[in-house]
Design a protein around this ligand. Structure first.
Ligand SMILES: [Zn+2]
Length: 183
């Protein structure tokens, strides 16, 4: 299988992203100051944005999320450090706007996602999301979820890009030309 991490240099500097995670069995993990938390098996999304340059740019952020060994700083670092957790897909949209809460609320309200751990990844949240990690108890096949995320990001930013590590899923980059090129 092609190593998808090689696609990271193609990412734009700033944008919003959603990581699609899969957990094949329930785990109990210590999440920094949140303490010990239970994560049931299934699919999760984690949505964030990277609006800076250099170390705070989108490509650095995604590369960091995909690297297992690192100092644990964010809540998501504790989850991604667990050997059972896999990142199945990364969906990214180029934007300079902070639209992570909009993306997250779409997943909650339209896709029926639940808040698995209150306050997870939400220290910068402006819209009362409850958590930027979401859990999808009823989704067995996540390719549908990826398609909906791509569609949402495309309609709200005009540009989206995704790469995945899915078996049985199109493993190529999908780069959609911007209808309204980002300024
Ligand atoms: Zn939020």
């Amino acid at each position: 299988m092609k190593e998808d991490i090689t696609l990271i240099p193609e990412l734009s500097t700033t944008g919003v992203y959603t990581l699609l995670l899969f957990l094949p069995k329930e785990v109990n993990l210590n999440i920094g100051k949140l303490g010990k938390k239970r994560f049931p098996e299934g699919h999760y999304t984690y949505t964030g944005s990277a609006l800076g340059k250099g170390a705070t740019s989108l490509k650095h952020r995604i590369a960091r999320h995909l690297r297992r060994k690192k100092r644990r700083f964010w809540h998501i670092d504790y989850l991604l450090a667990n050997e059972n957790v896999s990142v199945k897909a990364v969906i990214v949209a180029e934007t300079k706007e902070n639209m992570e809460c909009n993306m997250n609320q779409y997943l909650k309200k339209v896709m029926g996602a639940k808040v698995p751990v209150k306050g997870f990844g939400a220290s910068d949240c402006r819209k009362n999301c409850g958590s930027h990690l979401l859990y999808f108890p009823e989704i067995e096949k996540a390719d549908f979820l990826v398609q909906r995320i791509v569609k949402y990001l495309r309609s709200s930013s005009g540009y989206s890009f995704f790469f995945s590590r899915f078996r049985g899923m199109n493993n190529k980059v999908k780069k959609t030309p911007a209808r309204n090129p980002p300024t």
